[in-house]
Write a protein that binds this ligand. Structure first.
Ligand code: COI
Length: 354
């Protein structure tokens, strides 16, 4: 065991890296050698530890398992053109995690645990950052209620964990989305903009119905009018209508995507007009009928910029242009990737060397 700043580090005695086929990595199933664990008890965060990746011991009464008091983040580490590890907008994920913590009545995580912990983990498992195109080291910080008590109230104790996974593409094919008017992901006043576990479990039923119809996921509409597009659960949405990029505004019910924010900034840099506003499924359908729906794509950390090729609903199917015929989505993905890889200037200060 050694100490790095405030962090106790116990290195693995048996790295698993030689077993990994970095050319074929399924998303989220391969974990690097180490993880960070920190406990919150007696009203304070205790010293974080980095230990070999492995199972945690948890009480069956733990309220996370019953009531879902749990939050997480998704972020990525890359290698730049010089082979050095870099983080992308890590401070924005840190800030969002603490906004989710506040909404879910959980204690804020100190920067010294979240950001220093991520950097130390990435340094330790630097060889797990894939070199392959479209690949990166996905970082998953999470926090959950860990009391041994089933009363319905915020927990007194919490666990904060960060583990990392080498990943390739989240969607290997262009995405097909199904519009549901029956189910909603989030309603005004709810927890839709918090990155909390229950938002994802709550989407599975409608997602299964979409998948049974041959679609990848749901295109969620707002909970009040069942007309305005929200997000797709794994990504925020962008539509290019007659050359203008339109994305649903941050209404309180959708995730404040960091890739969404990066996409808005980079599109403006590319002189593409961006409108953050309400956009209804009827507007999308009419634009498609008029031949003006140039593109649709999702933006997310795991999904990066993923083209949407089909939008289906009870009213019909909108078939979109293949990626090879698109201009804006592919140019945006290239610019985002080039910044992450150090091949384009980081004019917005998004990159941090580890
Ligand atoms: C991410 O993009 O990092 C997410 O958290 C979305 C999904 C994979 C759960």
């Amino acid at each position: 065991m050694m100490m790095v700043g405030e962090i106790k580090v116990t290195r693995t005695k048996a790295s698993r890296i030689a077993e990994v086929d970095f050319d074929n990595i399924p998303f989220g199933r391969v974990f690097s050698d180490h993880m960070l664990v920190a406990d919150y008890s007696d009203g304070a965060w205790q010293s974080p530890e980095i230990v070999p990746y492995g199972k945690l011991q948890l009480a069956p009464a733990m309220p996370t398992l019953h009531y879902g008091q749990a939050i997480f983040e998704g972020m990525k580490a890359y290698r730049n053109a010089d082979g050095k590890p870099v983080l992308f907008r890590a401070r924005d994920n840190f800030a969002r995690m603490n906004r989710s913590a506040e909404r879910m009545v959980m204690p804020p995580i100190p920067e010294g645990i979240f950001l220093d912990g991520i950097k130390e983990l990435v340094r330790l498992d630097v060889n797990w950052i894939p070199n392959q195109k479209d690949s990166s080291l996905y970082l998953r910080p999470l926090m959950f209620a860990s009391d041994d008590y089933i009363g319905v109230k915020p927990s007194d104790t919490y666990k904060f964990v960060i583990f990392t996974c080498p990943v390739g593409k989240y969607y290997s094919e262009p995405v097909k989305l199904w519009v549901t008017r029956e189910y909603v992901r989030a309603a005004q006043g709810g927890v839709g903009e918090a990155k909390t576990a229950g938002n994802y479990a709550a989407s599975y039923y409608a997602a299964k119905q979409a998948q049974d119809r041959g679609y990848d996921n749901v295109l969620w509409l707002d909970g009040q009018d069942h007309r305005y597009i929200e997000e797709c659960g794994t990504m925020n949405m962008f539509f290019v209508i007659d050359g203008v990029a339109v994305t649903p505004e941050l209404s309180g019910t959708i995730l404040h995507g960091i890739t969404r924010d990066s996409a808005i900034t980079l599109l403006k840099d590319m002189n593409v007009e961006v409108q953050e506003r309400r956009v209804s499924i009827e507007e999308i359908t009419e634009a498609h009928e008029a031949g003006k729906l140039d593109e649709a794509f999702g933006a997310g950390t795991a999904a990066t910029i993923s083209p949407v090729i089909e939008i289906g609903s009870e009213e019909g199917v909108l078939q979109l242009k293949p990626d090879a015929e698109r201009k804006i989505g592919p140019a945006l993905l290239k610019q985002l990737t080039d910044i992450r890889r150090g091949l384009a200037d980081d004019v917005h200060g998004w990159i941090e060397l580890v």
